[in-house]
Design a binder for this molecule. Structure first.
Ligand SMILES: [Zn+2]
Length: 442
């Protein structure tokens, strides 16, 4: 489909039909990205005060916290009121239930889950405004590289649930009306990788988007096979959901011969930061308020996010599970958005099936997170390809459920020995990297 038509007609129509004003938010963000820093800061403060007032009047959990801290007018206290809050932990969200939801029921909420790659899955509620602004921030960051809304895009993505739900009609609509093609990130056989490389050279997406482990694997495949990408070059490869490691970035850049940028965000926290062409991670400042909890001598600590656009189930000082450091100086690219100087996120390893195929670590994680009482896990694949999964559960698994889980994991891995071990706790690795999937298999 003609990209101009998608941008001007189909994409706005599609978003409007789904109740999202994504393109309007995108225009607003293109305007505020050329403001000076004080004007942007004033907007952020206004948004923060408005959110806190909403939390005080509408959300029982926060109302109780304000009362405990003796704050009568949260909006007037602004950023100072924020510092009175304890960080919001995933366990609090799990146990907090309806106390975290806005009593008015506005905006209408949607159920979502996240945390697949963090080792600590979470079911939560989001809303259409939060989702639309999240998407608008993604679109804005891509525009810094010359990728505009509606231009051809390939996503390497994969939740088995999302993929199975995709009817043929939706695949057709996404491809021919929205210029978006989804390619499964799971089960990367050599044959499938061949097909992907051929498709990229023919479809010529301007944006390639997805997990760095998978795009790196595609890039390696191009290097290994004589059939390359021809004269095709994207404008941008954007990586998300996992740490983008330096060797991955180099290989991807070499093969695709275009800028490679890191996107940092999650459905619960929002779009948090995105790299600019100068290589700095800019915070999506109109959308999130980012803090570092108890920074060490180098300024590094746990990242806490307050999503300024999420009113259905507000996330205030939410502990993301990643560590980082805020920069003191602005970026030389001229954007007024503050910079996240360092990000220590999650590193995931690729897993290997019984028949030798590569399996993205999210494939078993999507199976595991369907255990209702799952609080935390760590999956380890040994050199002999056997798999052990440590689980922290709020109540033990019944024998039938345990067998069922092993059977479903074997559907992912093939006939490999799989062991489930229940634990009271799994200590996080404070070395910086949160590795909940560890693979020694090749
Ligand atoms: Zn910059």
């Amino acid at each position: 489909m003609n990209e101009f038509l998608v941008r001007r007609l189909w994409l706005p129509l599609h978003e409007r039909l789904r109740g999202r004003e994504t393109l309007r938010h995108y225009s607003d963000l293109k305007a505020s990205e050329v403001w000076d820093a004080p004007r942007l800061e004033a907007l952020r403060l206004r948004k923060l005060c408005r959110l806190l007032a909403h939390c005080q009047t509408q959300v029982p959990y926060y109302r109780a916290l304000f009362a405990q801290a003796g704050i009568k007018d949260a909006a007037a206290s602004g950023a100072q009121a924020l510092r009175e809050f304890p960080p919001l932990e995933r366990d609090t969200i799990r146990s907090g239930g309806d106390a975290l939801l806005a009593e008015s029921g506005h905006p209408p909420r949607l159920r979502a889950n996240t945390g697949g790659s963090s080792g600590s899955p979470l079911v939560f509620q989001t809303d259409l405004v939060k989702e639309a602004r999240h998407n608008a921030h993604k679109l804005r960051a891509r525009s810094w590289f010359g990728v505009l809304p509606g231009q051809r895009q390939v996503d390497f993505w994969g939740s088995p649930i999302e993929l199975s739900k995709q009817s043929r009609l939706r695949v057709f609509k996404d491809r021919y009306f929205l210029n978006q093609v989804l390619l499964s990130a799971f089960n990367l056989t050599a044959q499938r990788l061949d097909g992907y490389v051929t498709f990229l050279a023919k479809y010529r997406p301007r944006l390639v988007y997805g997990y760095p482990t998978v795009i790196y694997r595609v890039a390696q495949h191009v290097l290994e096979r004589s059939a390359g990408l021809g004269r095709y070059r994207p404008r941008l490869v954007a990586c998300t959901s996992e740490m983008l490691l330096e060797h991955q970035r180099e290989t991807i850049r070499q093969v695709f011969d275009c800028p490679v940028a890191n996107e940092y965000g999650s459905r619960d926290g929002g779009l948090i930061a995105h790299e600019c062409p100068a290589g700095q991670l800019h915070i999506a400042a109109e959308h999130v308020w980012l803090e570092v909890d108890q920074p060490d001598a180098d300024g590094v600590g746990d990242l806490l996010v307050t999503n300024l656009d999420g009113y259905g189930m507000p996330f205030v000082r939410y502990r993301l599970g990643d560590r980082g450091r805020l920069a003191d100086a602005p970026c030389r690219c001229g954007l007024p958005l503050p910079v996240l100087a360092e990000l220590q996120g999650r590193a995931n390893d690729m897993l290997v099936g019984a028949d030798g195929r590569q399996i993205h670590s999210l494939a078993p994680i999507y199976v595991l997170r369907e255990i209702a009482q799952l609080q935390q896990f760590r999956l380890h694949q040994r050199a002999d390809r056997s798999v052990s999964v440590e689980l922290v559960l709020s109540r033990p698994l019944l024998a039938g459920a345990r067998q069922d889980m092993v059977r479903r994991l074997q559907a992912v891995f093939g006939e490999l020995p799989i062991e489930l071990i229940e634990r009271d706790t799994i200590p996080p690795e404070k070395s910086g990297k949160y590795r909940w999937v560890i693979s020694d298999a090749v």
